[in-house]
Design a protein around this ligand. Structure first.
Ligand SMILES: [Fe+2]
Length: 310
């Protein structure tokens, strides 16, 4: 569709394009901006600018779809499968295939632009707006409390699957009882990291509560294993490290680098467990891929602060 690029106002973002969900709007706006640049570069027949917009978009689209998918999982969005399918189809068309690699920059740019038009005119109205309506229905209300992000709303506890990894039988029992109180039905336990990985391969979990002290892998080493793409059964699980009084800043930094989402201090309380899980279910952290691993992106390093505050 080579004449599409003639309309320079093609991807002008307006208020009507808003879904009302911050995560979606921020991402959509970014894609609109770049699509607009791509469209203008095509109009100027400027292959260098086409290439750079295209490179940005091919990197950004999978990440955006991943964030949406996380949002769907965490808000228990019913039509997740159809929405994922639509993402997959768009990506297959957008990503360079073996037989299109020889295309000139302008042709490749035009192909990508036609996928973006499809995304804007069909995918967003059909899938993203439905997701937005669903998410707005679970009433996300982020507010600030002493620098820590808090949200309230309805987590679908009964659809969440959680694993507790801890060497102490008594602790696992306490954690299980609290999770049951919250309404979680799918609860798995593991004595150590090896045991946990084995079970997760059979039944992946959305959330993993992992102890700091374990052998042969400690909590940080276990997290590092779980973040490996291709090898891990659930590389994007929410991982919460449970620490004792003796945790050092060095260990916390190592666990953050390994890819934990958050910390919880032992002994657990039902309130802190609930609010920590709600925060990550209702306002999920985005992930970035680094080589063969995925890591949650923390908007700030406030974790240390509220860990100390509790
Ligand atoms: Fe989508």
């Amino acid at each position: 569709m080579p004449d599409m690029a003639r309309h320079s106002g093609l991807f002008q973002w307006t208020d009507q394009d808003r879904t009302g969900v911050r995560l979606l709007d921020r991402d959509h706006m970014m894609v609109f901006q770049q699509a607009q640049l791509l469209s203008q570069a095509l109009e100027r027949k400027d292959p260098d600018s086409v290439r750079s917009s295209r490179r940005f978009l091919l990197d950004f689209l999978p990440q955006m779809f991943e964030r949406e998918d996380r949002l769907m999982a965490n808000s228990a969005h019913g039509p997740r499968g159809e929405h994922q399918d639509s993402h997959r189809k768009l990506l297959i068309r957008a990503l360079p295939q073996a037989n299109t690699r020889g295309l000139g920059a302008l042709d490749a740019g035009r192909d990508l632009l036609s996928v973006l038009v499809e995304w804007r005119d069909h995918h967003i109205p059909t899938h993203d707006h439905a997701l937005a309506i669903h998410v707005r229905g679970v009433e996300l209300k982020p507010f600030e409390t002493g620098g820590a992000r808090r949200v309230s709303g309805n987590v679908h506890w009964d659809r969440l699957s959680v694993m507790v990894v801890d060497g102490q039988f008594a602790f696992r029992g306490t954690a299980r009882a609290m999770l049951k109180d919250l309404g979680v039905r799918a609860i798995q336990e593991a004595r150590d990291g090896i045991d946990a990985l084995r079970s997760l391969h059979e039944r992946p979990a959305d959330v993993i509560l992992v102890n700091q002290h374990m052998a042969p892998m400690d909590g940080a080493e276990f997290t590092r294993e779980l973040r490996h793409l291709g090898e891990s059964p659930c590389p994007r699980a929410v991982i919460i490290l449970m620490t004792g009084e003796d945790v050092s800043q060095g260990f916390i930094n190592r666990a953050l680098d390994a890819g934990i989402h958050d910390l919880l201090k032992k002994p657990l309380s039902l309130d802190s467990l609930k609010s920590r899980l709600e925060r990550h279910m209702l306002d999920p952290l985005p992930f970035r891929e680094t080589g063969r691993r995925v890591l949650p992106v923390h908007p700030d390093k406030a974790m240390k602060t509220h860990h100390r505050a509790e």
